[in-house]
Design a protein around this ligand. Structure first.
Ligand code: NOJ
Length: 579
């Protein structure tokens, strides 16, 4: 039996489904949406400076409609010195000239809406840039001033304040405190930064800060955005007294597993660190939810919250808080049947319990791309990126095969799925970036010990034969693109049977046609531990994580992550069938 996944696809209209007989409250667009993450600096460059921009995105929007996604989420494009690729915001209500202007944003939003795409922007509330006027004013103001009270300034410890206020480490490496210098040149107070020293933490106990962010929400809601992805949504409140904290030795698996929060420590029985997942964050989300609910059109918030277990994360999406939270437990699950079944069950249980959809995600701009991650051959600290000298180098063919199987499995699940730009092309992590090209603060703060996240941020290849693969007509690219990316370029995959792009297109069209996002998982017995087999409505999904082939039932194959050889499902392969 062979299967050609390049069949012509008629993509049905997007948005709420008028034919549904579920009450409107049960079918809001975000409950089953496939949301595509655009990392603006690496998506499409219109200006020719080698850094992607808003006009570039607008030009390429039709390709996302062809792909079949429902919404786009834009990583930050706000005014920023770009010390953490825009997650260091110096003005929340304006566009950085690097990416364009507010008028360019409005044009992008209009174009997206005209094409039926919702648009979500990134909100970065835990910290500002050290270039933000609020922080500049705080540095200029006296100790104990209202300006300083907007941030986390503290006196140092030790005989003359020469030691930091506590022992917290920055997520990017090194201490989480930096000492200031007074106007007269003497050493001053310290300020907290859970991330880079150019990202001072705001004090969210301060009502002034809360008021300012309500204004920022309204600014973008008034402009018509459909929602916000909330950065570090588990970090804004710190335990009173800022007590010392030492992470348990094995706590690296969480954010450490893939990225950012090596000490998140909110896994079940390990203690909650005094800077993550404090109960006080929920009051803030309830407040924001009220602001969003003032607006028509089902505006949403999705939490970037590295919180485990899932039962705890579900508290971020209670009915009066966020709408969704990224399911990083799913992202971190290895390609193994029992683990996959467990995380799917755990996710559906936890989120359904609070009336929220589960989300599913395999890649983003902070983690090793799943076409590489799923084939790492040794225990690798993926959170710190992977580079030429890392242990556990992947076999690229195995990574891609597993990534396609994993994506096909994910896109059949009920709930909302997040895609990261380029995964629909099967892009791998770029492992051999030259050291001098790297920009992630993690790389610098650890003196190159951790490679960081640049490898998943390399600009997208659009056209095999164009300069910079069509990313920029000037041929420039802020990170070098691999010399062998012509075959994975988008135009080399369009309409090509078996290409990763056509696999994603088909999966998204079938997902929509069969309403899988509003379905349910019905496990199928009899396939053994290493096979993930379930029915979602009319579609039967079988994913083989084992090393041996599995006999398929008799039925019509709707989609296969690889060409089928007879009636056997090979290792690392997923099919969707109608039995
Ligand atoms: C999470 C973002 O996804 C990441 O890219 C950023 O570095 C940190 N938060 C700090 O804002």
């Amino acid at each position: 039996m062979t299967f050609d996944n390049s069949v012509a696809i008629v993509v049905p209209a997007r948005g709420e489904d008028p034919t549904s007989d579920l009450p409107a409250t049960g079918r809001e667009w975000w409950r089953n949406a496939v949301i595509y993450q655009i990392y603006p600096r690496s998506f499409a460059d219109d200006s020719g400076d080698g850094i992607g921009d808003l006009r570039g995105i607008t030009t390429r929007l039709p390709s996302l409609v062809e792909l079949g996604v429902d919404a786009i989420w834009l990583s930050p494009f706000f005014v920023s010195p770009q010390r953490d690729a825009g997650y260091d915001v110096a003005d929340y209500c304006d566009v950085d000239p690097l990416f364009g202007t507010l008028a360019d944003f409005d044009a992008l939003e209009d174009a997206a809406h005209a094409l039926g795409l919702k648009i979500i922007v990134d909100l970065v509330p835990n910290h500002t840039s050290s270039d933000h006027a609020w922080f500049r004013a705080a540095l200029d103001a006296a100790e104990g001033s209202v300006e300083r009270a907007r941030y986390m300034f503290r006196d140092g410890t030790g005989e003359s304040g020469e030691l930091p206020p506590n022992n917290w480490d920055s997520v990017f490496g090194g201490p989480a405190w930096t000492r200031t210098t007074n106007a007269d040149g003497t050493p001053g107070q310290w300020y907290l930064h859970l991330f880079d020293s150019t990202q001072p933490d705001l004090d969210w106990e301060n009502p002034w800060v809360r008021e300012k962010f309500r204004d920022i929400l309204r600014f973008w809601l008034d402009r018509g955005v459909d929602g916000f992805r909330v950065d570090v949504a588990h970090g804004m409140i710190k335990e009173a007294g800022l007590p010392d904290y030492t992470a348990p030795a094995d706590s690296g698996s969480m954010g450490g597993g893939v990225g950012l929060e090596p000490e998140i420590g909110t896994h079940g029985d390990t203690p909650t660190p005094p800077y993550w997942a404090q109960d006080g964050v929920h009051e803030i989300y309830r407040d924001w939810r009220q602001v969003l609910d003032e607006y028509e059109g089902n505006r949403v918030m999705v939490a970037e919250a590295w919180v485990e277990p899932l039962t705890k994360l579900a508290r971020w999406v209670r009915p009066d808080e966020m709408h969704q939270a990224f399911n990083f437990s799913y992202l971190e699950t290895t390609w193994a049947g029992p683990a996959i079944r467990r995380v799917i069950d755990g996710s559906l249980d936890a989120f359904t319990g609070v009336g929220a959809p589960s989300t599913w995600v395999l890649s983003n701009h902070d983690v090793v791309r799943h076409a590489t991650r799923l084939a790492l051959t040794a225990d690798n600290p993926q959170g710190h990126g992977i580079g030429p000298k890392s242990p556990g180098q992947p076999i690229p063919e195995l990574g891609l095969r597993r990534a396609r199987a994993a994506s096909a499995l994910m896109l059949a699940l009920p709930g909302s799925a997040y895609l990261y730009q380029g995964e629909e092309l099967g892009l791998p992590e770029v492992i051999d970036l030259p050291d001098h090209a790297r920009e992630d603060p993690t790389w610098f703060r650890t003196n190159g010990e951790r490679y960081g996240r640049d490898g998943c941020r390399v600009p997208i290849p659009w056209e095999a034969d164009a300069a910079a693969y069509g990313f920029s007509a000037s041929g420039k690219s802020w990170l070098p693109q691999p010399a062998d990316w012509a075959p994975v370029s988008r135009d080399a995959q369009v309409g090509v049977p078996g290409s990763t792009l056509e696999l994603y297109r088909l999966a998204l069209a079938l997902r929509h046609e069969h309403d899988l996002g509003f379905g349910a998982v019905d496990w199928l017995p009899g396939y053994g531990e290493t096979v993930v087999a379930f029915r979602n409505g009319a579609v039967t999904v079988i994913a083989n994580t084992s090393q041996t082939a599995v006999e398929l039932p008799v039925g019509e194959v709707l989609l296969s992550s690889e060409e089928l050889q007879g009636s056997a499902l090979a290792p690392d392969q997923t099919v969707w069938m109608r039995l």
